[in-house]
Every structure is written in structure tokens, then in C-alpha cells.
Design a protein around this ligand. Structure first.
Ligand code: PMP
Length: 360
């Protein structure tokens, strides 16, 4: 087709049309440089300006305080599953993990290679349909850090509070809800995110790190997995993902034009509120996540049967509502409604849900 669809993909996911159009306008000749950002040296003056401005914009929008560094890395959020224990576990040899979904479970298993890892909470016995409360966290006083995943992309659950861990540094995977709500960065040791859901194309991994946590890596830590290497070289030890960083810059301008992080939070509440209300009022559909743990980013739901789910997805696709099939491990449906999803897209989805509910 020639029309753009409303794309509910969990990631990589949709980017605002304005951002894509600006990238298109600059793609062969970036601001009179005679070349595309894809073609220029990462050490050039032109790219250095893009890099520094993007880093500053990101830090400003996230409210990154003194004593923290913003890193633009590669290897996806998954590389952080190794990088975190490699760099942080040496403090006590131990760490606490909250296992609330697929990705925190992978992170937990990876960390076990490097130290004594304690499961501070697990929602596995209830198919990861809820987020543990503060009271349910079994915290160790001597953990090097406490690890959790703020939003569980596959299960559609999201932490509605910041865990209290005393002096134990918080490490958080914000891959699927970064910049969708205000975050008090000073409460964290490390925040990281793959950029491909809320902020940019795939290939860029965002890290905010409290500077004093770096430099204590295990002796065999690969050079490229050492936060200190990347801090010392301002993420330019090697060639960074230049194009993705440029695209992040365009996206951050768009975020600013749309009310900044507070604006993103307002939009996400509108989108998620509308969708959950429509699903709750339907006859046919049930939401997977328990109330109080529901994600504003990934809304997971199902109808009465897998056959009806398949019919829903097929008919929605024909209406220009794309990528609504749930993750292969859980089935059902999933609507990922990140920063770039227009409210209008969710309105269309809600209309479709109501029609499908009446007709089936
Ligand atoms: N954490 C979360 C919460 C995710 O949703 C994903 C990807 N879907 C990952 C980590 C893994 O990210 P990547 O593919 O960038 O390694």
C-alpha cells in the first residue's frame, strides 16, 4: 500500500512521521555538508556537533544530575545483561535480581556467570502477570546492586514505583518505557535501554551511569564491555552508531516540541487509559496483566480462543492496524503504544475492538 499504517510493533517500532520526513529531507546532504550523516567521519566537526547536542538534549530531557554520564553504546540492551555484572559485581560478589519477565530472567541467568545472584522476587509462578510490591522484595543488605526491568515488553506489566533499596545501587532496564514518564535519575546507579522502542532506530543502546560505579570491572572484562573505557573516550572509543544517534537527536526535538517528558507522560496516559477502558468494557477480551501492574506501553490481551485471536489480528491488519499479534511465547494480542504512537491510532484500535466485540 501507499498509506502509512498504525504500527503497534513491540520494537523496532514506529517513529513520528515528522521525524522521518526531516531525516528524508537531510538524507543526501546534511545541512550543506555535501554528504549524509551516514557517510561522514565520526571524528568530523559536523558529526561531533550532532553527537554533543544529542547527548546534551538527552541528559536535559532525562534530568541527568551531576556525577552521572550518558553513554551511547551498541550491542543492544542484551549486552548490558553482561556488562552490568562484569562492571559492578566486584563490590561484594553478590547481586539481587527481580525476575518479572523474559528479559530480567535472561539478565539474571547471565549475571550468575559472574557472582552469587539472589532472586529478590519472581513472578514466574503467576506467568509474570504482576509486579511485586516493595514488601515482597527479599533484599540483601550486601548486594552490589539491585536489578529490575521497569517495563516487561512481552507480558505487559510495568513497575508503578521505584524500589527502595537503601544504599544498594538500583540498576534498571528501561528499554520499553524510557522517556515515557519522568524519572528521578538520582535514585539510580545505572539506567539502560535499547533505543528502538521509544526513541530511535535499532543499533543504539542508551546508558546513564553514576560515574563512581565505573572502574571496578572484573579483570577479564572485555575492553568494549568496560564502562570506564566508554566514559574516558566519551562513547567514542570506537565508531559509534552515528546514524542512530542522529535519529535520536531528531526524536528528542520532537519530544521537546510535544511537551517534553511531561508531555510524553500525558500522552501515554491518554493512550493506555483509552485502550484499557475499551478492553475492560468488552465482552470478549481479557487483559493479561493484573490491575495495578498494567503497562502503559505494551497492552496485552486475548479473546476467547486462539482462532478468534488470529481473526482479530488478520482483520485489524486489513484495517491498517499492524503488528498486533502477541509475542510467540504467550500468544494473544499485544498493542505496543510507545511515544510515537498517535492518540488517533489508539482511537482507531478502540473503535475496531468495539466492532469486533459486537460482531463475534
Ligand atoms: N529488555 C527489554 C525490556 C526488551 O524489551 C528488550 C527487547 N525486546 C531487550 C531488553 C533486549 O533488547 P535488545 O534486542 O536491544 O538486546
Amino acid at each position: 500500500g501507499t498509506e502509512r499504517i498504525y504500527n503497534f510493533s513491540a520494537g523496532p517500532s514506529m517513529l513520528p512521521l515528522e521525524v522521518l520526513e526531516r531525516a528524508a529531507a537531510e538524507i543526501t546532504n546534511y545541512q550543506g555538508s555535501g554528504m549524509s550523516v551516514m557517510e561522514m567521519s565520526h571524528r568530523s566537526k559536523t558529526f561531533d556537533r550532532i553527537f554533543q547536542e544529542t547527548k546534551e538534549k538527552f541528559a536535559r530531557l532525562m534530568g541527568v544530575p551531576e556525577g552521572y554520564r550518558v553513554l551511547f553504546l551498541q550491542g543492544g540492551a542484551s549486552s548490558q545483561f553482561s556488562m552490568i555484572p562484569l562492571n559492578l559485581i566486584s563490590a561484594t560478589g553478590k547481586a539481587d535480581y527481580a525476575v518479572t519477565g523474559n528479559f530480567s530472567n535472561i539478565a539474571y541467568k547471565e549475571a550468575k556467570k559472574y557472582g552469587e545472584i539472589h532472586v529478590a522476587a519472581s513472578s514466574a509462578e503467576e506467568n509474570h502477570t504482576y509486579i511485586p510490591t516493595q514488601d515482597q522484595l527479599d533484599l540483601s543488605a550486601d548486594a552490589s546492586y539491585f536489578y529490575y526491568c521497569a517495563n516487561n515488553t512481552i507480558y505487559g506489566t510495568e513497575w508503578q514505583y521505584v524500589p527502595e533499596t537503601g544504599s544498594v545501587p538500583l540498576v534498571c532496564d528501561m528499554s520499553s518505557d524510557i522517556m515515557s514518564r519522568p524519572v528521578d535519575v538520582s535514585k539510580y546507579g545505572i539506567i539502560f535501554a535499547g533505543a528502538q522502542k521509544n526513541l530511535a532506530p535499532a543499533g543504539l543502546t542508551l546508558v546513564i551511569i553514576r560515574e563512581d560505579l565505573a572502574g571496578k570491572e572484573l579483570p577479564y572484562t572485555p575492553l568494549m564491555m568496560n564502562y570506564k573505557t566508554m566514559i574516558d573516550k566519551d562513547s567514542m572509543y570506537n565508531t559509534p552508531p552515528c546514524w542512530c544517534i542522529y535519529m535520536l537527536g531528531l526524536m528528542l526535538d520532537w519530544v521537546e516540541e510535544n511537551g517534553g517528558v511531561a508531555g510524553m507522560e500525558k500522552l501515554k496516559k491518554t493512550r493506555a487509559g483509552m485502550l484499557y477502558e475499551t478492553l475492560d468494557q468488552s465482552r470478549l477480551f481479557t487483559c493479561a496483566a493484573k490491575p495495578g501492574s498494567r503497562s502503559d506501553m505494551n497492552v496485552t490481551f486475548r479473546s476467547a480462543t486462539p482462532e478468534l485471536d488470529a481473526k482479530f489480528v488478520a482483520e485489524a491488519t486489513a484495517q491498517g492496524l499492524g503488528s498486533l499479534k502477541g509475542h510467540r511465547s504467550v500468544g494473544g494480542m499485544r498493542a505496543s503504544i510507545y511515544n510515537a504512537m498517535p492518540v488517533e491510532g489508539v482511537e482507531k484500535l478502540c473503535d475496531f475492538i468495539r466492532k469486533f466485540d459486537a460482531a463475534n
